[in-house]
Design a protein around this ligand. Structure first.
Ligand code: ZN
Ligand code: ZN
Ligand code: FE
Length: 759
């Protein structure tokens, strides 16, 4: 792979072992010829595999004995012609140990330099204009390297050999601190001054690697409160950044695996359980306002020299939340930041290295002992994924995803390149950013899609974008099937499985809104064999924002005309008139489409236990409901439900559960108790349906996908129930369970469709 420092690494270890020979990149990989003492050669091979640079993934090493060639010295040869070679764009990498040492070493020429990087670390994807990846085709092209930097760049012994973004304070990008009106703040050291401002409670917009963050001291209620008020974000959790895992361990639980992810070169935000108020831990080190009502805290470690220099020895944790306006993409350009964030930030810490494509912080959560990427962006993009059974001869494919958590996915020569997370395509800015990214990646990969895959929903902006592409065949892929296909694709599974797709909403093939689906499926097609019983979605999209509406819908299904009493009693804080209005809406079936969405069932439960009646951000009700489970004592009890049969399909009716929830709440059972019982019930009916499918169809593997499987408690419970009954379970790992991986599923389905039909 280009730009990952593999050849210089080979050069260095060959020299260390006194071996002669050469190394070159060719179309199939890296070719190395060494000659020397047998012991040295075998040592060389050991080191080659064990100490390879972080980005160089060694798939296999094949060796062959050759007659001695009498080589002298070790050389890096010019690469063989790259005809037919896929361009590779490495991801942005967190600062490496070596660079870190330099920026904190007063004797080093890069002491305190915020843009230090080397072949093993630094910006990549976010600064690349075009391929092949080379300095003139990056946003570093405007900086001319000084003599010292050039020397490093030119010498194979140096760890900055061909490090395209190489720079130092004398020749590279620099920082500027301004006030909210763009006036530069007079100071010797913008970084030092920024630290002072943050310590005094200021909100500072900081330009980073893939975009701006809004930063403030995470231990200060006043500062975090100010940021919440200005950003008009009363509850949505903010991510924080701490200098190292040791600091994180002062306020959140960190397992060995979580530590590994935190410290990985991708350096994502990791969702960690924060310490509760219960002894022996002291609460309140991190302001409660950082993630109110949520048991997790999103935590990341510094991943650029700028971040290290800001945080180390200065803050236990800084809030580092995306610098954007609600629902708009993260801002990457200085001009846009000044225009849009001046009412939020007191100051701006900007720099002059252009971010060519915005790239958010990735999010990872450990579920069932495995890291699961919840948001795939910085550190992972644009690494390709191999699709099972898809050959290099399949034509280029573009898949455009759904509407929420947008991504695009390009398929080229059997490999899938999924874009970074692009946010919800519900406003002009997001749609423009989506189109810009699609165009950008198309250029980087030099792909010419002949097939374009999209969602069934005709009104999604992504669908309309797909249908505007000329000269390509289009294929519509059902939303929840795309979810399952994504799970199969990333797990390399081409056999038939049971697909459990628990999700928010997506359009079904019967024109209804699905989201609680049981399929039998492989990448060539699916059959719907069961689903959650349809419920009314009073007000359509409004129901997703206002969970109490779904509560009323489920109460009406369970109690009929008697629904009014429990509705008024349980839905605290919602005016009587509003409740009666929704009741009439459903009775008269005005703007109340039918849905089998599991996400909406979680909404209803969150409202019924009195936790959340109105969402102030997407997913608030289900997230708070799960947090209740973690806040109390977990137990094994569950509610009753019925599995009926309609049109040859298993239909799960949860009315018995709803009636008992009303009873439990009425009898003063605690929120955590009811929340846990609710989760257990969903896992139980999912297991039962899977067992019935296993019995009738003989399938014993299950793929879990859909936004609901971001829920750790539910996922872990269902996985262990299924495994206990002998099922093999496929889950998401490197792409998200939510709509962020729909594009990958669509691409896989389109590829299989082509292989089957030739279209
Ligand atoms: Zn480095
Ligand atoms: Zn320099
Ligand atoms: Fe979905």
């Amino acid at each position: 792979m280009q730009g990952v420092g593999f050849r210089p690494f080979v050069y260095r270890i060959a020299r260390r072992q006194n071996l002669a020979g050469w190394v070159l990149n060719d179309t199939l990989g890296v070719l190395i010829e060494v000659e020397g003492d047998r012991g040295d050669v075998s040592m060389f091979l050991d080191v080659l595999e064990q100490d390879a640079p972080p980005l160089a993934r060694i798939e296999s090493v094949e060796t062959q004995d050759l007659p001695l060639g009498g080589e002298e010295g070790f050389r890096i040869l010019k690469s063989a012609t790259c005809e037919g070679k896929e361009p590779v764009i490495p991801p942005d990498i967190a600062t490496c140990e070596d660079c870190l040492r330099e920026i904190f070493d007063p004797a080093d020429r890069r002491f305190g330099y915020a843009f230090t990087n080397c072949t093993n670390c630094g910006p990549r994807y976010t600064i690349v204009k075009d391929t092949p990846y080379d300095r003139p085709r990056t946003s570093m092209s405007v900086f001319k390297m000084c003599k010292l930097c050039q020397k490093e760049y030119d010498s194979p012994e140096d760890r900055r050999f061909h490090a395209q973004p190489n720079a130092c304070a004398a020749c590279g990008p620099s920082l500027t601190l301004t006030d909210s009106r763009r006036t530069a703040v007079a100071c010797d050291d913008p970084l030092r001054k920024t630290i002072e401002l943050l310590k005094s409670g200021a909100v500072v917009a900081i330009k980073g690697l893939g975009g701006f963050h809004l930063a403030c001291d995470a231990t200060s209620d006043a500062a975090v409160g100010r940021l919440r008020k200005r950003k008009k974000r009363p509850y949505k959790p903010f991510a924080v950044m701490s200098q190292d895992t040791g600091s994180v361990s002062q306020y959140a639980y960190v397992s060995d695996l979580e530590r590994e992810v935190l410290e990985s070169y991708a350096s994502p935000i990791v969702l960690l359980r924060k310490f509760s108020k219960a002894p022996p831990f002291k609460a309140g080190i991190i302001s409660d306002l950082v993630a109110p009502n949520i048991s997790d805290l999103g935590v990341m470690l510094p991943y650029t020299p700028l971040h290290h220099l800001l945080v180390r020895n200065n803050f236990l944790a800084l809030v580092m939340t995306s610098g954007n306006l609600t629902d708009e993409p993260t801002i990457a350009a200085n001009e846009v930041a000044f225009e849009k964030l001046s009412h939020i930030a007191d100051n701006f810490l900007i720099h002059n290295r252009e971010i060519l494509i915005q790239n958010d912080d990735s999010i990872v959560k450990v579920i069932a002992s495995e890291p699961v990427v919840m948001r795939r962006a910085r550190g992972y993009v644009l690494e390709p994924l191999k699709l099972p059974g898809v050959g290099r001869d399949v034509p280029d494919i573009l898949a455009v995803g759904a509407e929420e958590k947008g991504t695009v996915c390009f398929l080229k020569r059997g490999r899938a390149f999924m874009s970074q997370h692009l946010g919800d395509l519900k406003n002009r800015e997001s749609i423009l950013s989506f189109e810009k990214t699609a165009t950008h990646i198309r250029r980087l990969l030099k792909v010419k899609p002949r097939i374009v895959a999209h969602d069934l929903h005709p009104m999604y902006s992504s669908t309309r974008y797909a249908l505007r592409q000329s000269g390509a065949a289009t294929i519509a892929v059902q939303h929840h099937y795309a979810h399952i296909a994504a799970c199969l694709a990333e797990n390399g599974v081409s056999k038939k499985v049971i697909g459990v797709s628990f999700d928010g909403v997506g359009l079904g093939t019967d024109d209804r809104t699905w989201g609680g689906e049981f399929f039998t499926a492989d990448l060539t097609g699916f059959q719907r064999v069961g689903h959650l019983k349809y419920a009314y979605l009073p007000g359509g999209d409004a129901a997703a924002k206002e969970p109490y509406r779904m509560a009323i819908s489920y109460l009406q299904a369970a109690f009929g005309k008697e629904a009014e009493t429990p509705a008024h009693r349980l839905l605290k804080g919602i005016e009587k008139e509003k409740i009666d209005f929704v009741i009439r809406m459903i009775e008269k079936q005005i703007n109340s489409p039918l849905t089998s969405s599991t996400g909406r069932l979680f909404d209803a439960a969150a409202a019924l236990v009195g936790q959340c009646q109105i969402n102030t951000y997407e997913g608030q009700a289900p997230m708070e409901l799960e947090s209740l489970v973690w806040s109390g004592r977990r137990h094994e009890q569950s509610y009753p439900y019925r599995i009926g049969n309609e049109n040859d399909m298993m239909v799960v009716d949860v009315s018995p559960m709803i009636r008992r929830i009303v009873q439990d709440v009425g009898n003063g059972k605690t929120k955590p108790y009811v929340a846990c019982k609710f989760h257990n019930t969903v896992a139980k009916y999912a297991l039962e349906v899977c067992e019935r499918i296993k019995k009738s169809r003989g399938l014993s593997s299950v793929a879990l996908s859909g936004g609901v499987f971001q829920n750790k408690y539910l996922t872990e419970r269902l996985v262990s129930l299924l495994e206990g009954k002998g099922f093999h379970v496929y889950k998401h790992k490197v792409v998200p369970p939510n709509d962020g991986s729909i594009s990958l599923g669509q691409a896989a389905v389109a590829a299989y469709h082509h292989m089957k039909s030739g279209r």
